[in-house]
Design a protein around this ligand. Sequence first.
Ligand code: CDP
Ligand code: CDP
Length: 219
Amino acid sequence: MKPRIAIDGPAGAGKSTVAREVARRLGLAYLDTGAMYRAITLAGLRQNADLHNTAALEELTRNSELDIQSAPNGNIIYLNGENVTEDIRLPEVSRNVSYVARCPEVRDILVGKQREMGNRGGVVMDGRDIGTTVMPDAEYKFFLTASLEERARRLAELHAKGETLALEQMVKEIAARDKIDSERECAPLRPAEDAIHLDSTALTKEEVIESIVNRVSGK
Ligand code: CDP
Ligand code: CDP
């Protein structure tokens, strides 16, 4: 069976960028699990749902049809038939997604879908709980980090699109998200015991990609 590779870590560590390219080079499928939590959050914001209410979140998740397609630039996400790949990156979604993702009922449903894909093998999945919960028996597990300032700088640049996102604001927002993600009871952001730790603060994305590809291909 082709390998399963788990890549976890905090916001802006470079997980999606690296995971997507590792998958391409090794001929594996790629799943961005954060995009799934983002899509449910977008659905909730559009419906004015109470994102702090467990029953409302469970119903929202059950009624949201998610379809995830692979493309060269990453996953394309459809929510109830609509392509929401861009909208799930809106700052409003980023600010609210951790409240949705801490709800165990939401996680149950999404983790079920993620495991279905994991069981087929030959996949790179990135998220927060892939090595600990979604694919605890993955052949390779990586925990990717970088300093808070560097992660904020990367995400501010990535999402700027012409407007200047204040770095200080980004530091605050991702620190708040990391805190909720790490402190929640259900599948918190945490390295698996057998994960390989990679600090990318001073590395280029190419160096991180090569480091992972070399380990997996036994170089
Ligand atoms: O790319 P970025 O770091 O902004 O975040 P993401 O990977 O798109 O994930 C967005 C949010 O979804 C995270 O902050 C977590 O709250 C949640 N998430 C999660 O709880 N478990 C996962 N496996 C993936 C994401
Ligand atoms: O998924 P995650 O939130 O961990 O990060 P991302 O969405 O992949 O964004 C990381 C950003 O930092 C991208 O713009 C990358 O080009 C850049 N970057 C990186 O991923 N890795 C490095 N070692 C250096 C920069």
